[in-house]
Design a protein around this ligand. Structure first.
Ligand code: KG4
Ligand code: ZN
Length: 335
């Protein structure tokens, strides 16, 4: 089985082909950073227009690169939500039109489900059941995955997502968009002893998160201190330590509560080096195992959509031609 995957939920156009026997045989990505960076964040209308410009040429490119013909494809998978409505509609309209023209099924994919499945593209992959920490720009979720398609949300962010907190705090420190990777790099030069930020919601039971207070904490610290490079690095360090510690504490709690020993970490923030090493240390302590996608499959990409499409098609979950894009789509409603 061979599936074309289309990802256009936010600020990256990702196109890939997944072949059940050979794995990912093509994977291209167009990032819109250059389009949005002057505005300090994603401008939805510009994102949609850029997806319109890039999606078909990139599909043509992966088809040419692999020598794949339309007749060799068994389905077209596209991100149907959650995400920016205009951006989603571009992928959905193109994906469904191609599927219609090629007479193959169209497969709508939940973006966070695809992130959650991305570690399955690696050689060393987890067994079911596993826990998934999903940390992206729009969502922070702790999910119990009993098997493919069976997801129980154990905890989620009540306000800002982890990636959003990274981006907003980076902006306060005058760093460019997207702030996650930049603030993490700056944090590596910082002194972890100088400032201490709270670990939100770790002092009470439960697996929910709240990150918006950290941004305010950072703002107050910025106002109270000088604006030297070292101070900014020290604030970045305190912020990253607080997010990483909080995520680690909640993962530890989830492992203890469920006795599930396999932990998957996915979504853009899972590319974070500090988070990776902290979760490695945790799983060594608890005798469990942690699985990350390779960095290019942590952030948005078409490969995870093509792979999720293959699983969904094999499970017999195809759809009627009508389509719906969902800017909000709780994971509890995935069928
Ligand atoms: O999953 P993703 O590519 O897009 C969404 O689905 O949102 O995640 C993007 C988020 C952004 O907030 C970005 O700043 C963050 O992931 N991010 C990082 C790192 N790389 C990307 N955050 C912290 N450290 C990183 N290395
Ligand atoms: Zn994502």
């Amino acid at each position: 089985m061979r599936i074309l995957g289309i990802e256009t939920s936010c600020d990256e156009t990702g196109i890939a082909i997944y072949d059940e026997d050979q794995g990912i045989i093509a994977n291209v990505l167009h990032s819109q950073i250059a389009t949005h960076e002057q505005y300090g964040g994603v401008v939805p209308e510009l994102a949609s227009r850029d997806h319109i410009r890039m999606t078909l040429p990139l599909i043509r490119r992966v088809m040419d690169e692999t020598g794949a013909t339309a007749s060799q494809l068994d389905g077209v998978a596209y991100t149907a939500g959650p995400g920016l409505i205009g951006a989603l509609l571009v992928g959905a309209a193109i994906g469904r039109s191609l599927a219609f023209a090629w007479d193959v099924p169209a497969i709508s994919i939940h973006h966070m489900e695809a992130h959650l499945l991305a570690p399955m593209l690696e050689e060393d992959k987890p067994d079911y059941p596993f826990l998934a920490l999903l940390v992206s720009g729009g969502h922070t979720l702790l999910v119990e995955v009993s098997e493919y398609g069976s997801y129980t949300v154990l905890g989620e962010s009540l306000d800002d997502a982890a990636g959003e907190a990274f981006d907003k705090t980076a902006k306060l420190l005058g760093l460019p968009y997207p702030g996650g990777p930049v603030i993490s790099a700056l944090a590596e030069k910082g002194n972890s002893e100088r400032f201490h930020f709270p670990r939100p919601m770790t002092d009470r039971p439960g697996l929910d998160f709240s990150f918006s207070g950290l941004k305010t904490f950072a703002l107050n610290t910025i106002h109270a201190e000088d604006d030297s490079d070292q101070t900014r690095a020290d604030i970045a360090r305190a912020f990253v330590d607080a997010v990483v510690d909080t995520l680690t504490i909640k993962c530890k709690r989830a492992i203890e509560q469920t006795s599930i020993q396999h932990l998957v970490v996915a979504g853009g923030v899972s590319a974070n080096r500090q988070l990776r090493s902290s979760l490695h240390r945790l799983t060594v302590q608890t005798g469990s195992m942690v699985y990350f996608p390779r960095p290019e499959f942590c952030t948005d990409n078409g490969a995870m959509i093509a792979y999720a499409g293959c699983l969904k098609l094999k499970a017999g979950k195809t759809e009627v031609l009508m389509f719906e894009a969902k800017p909000r789509w709780p994971m509890s409603e995935v069928v």
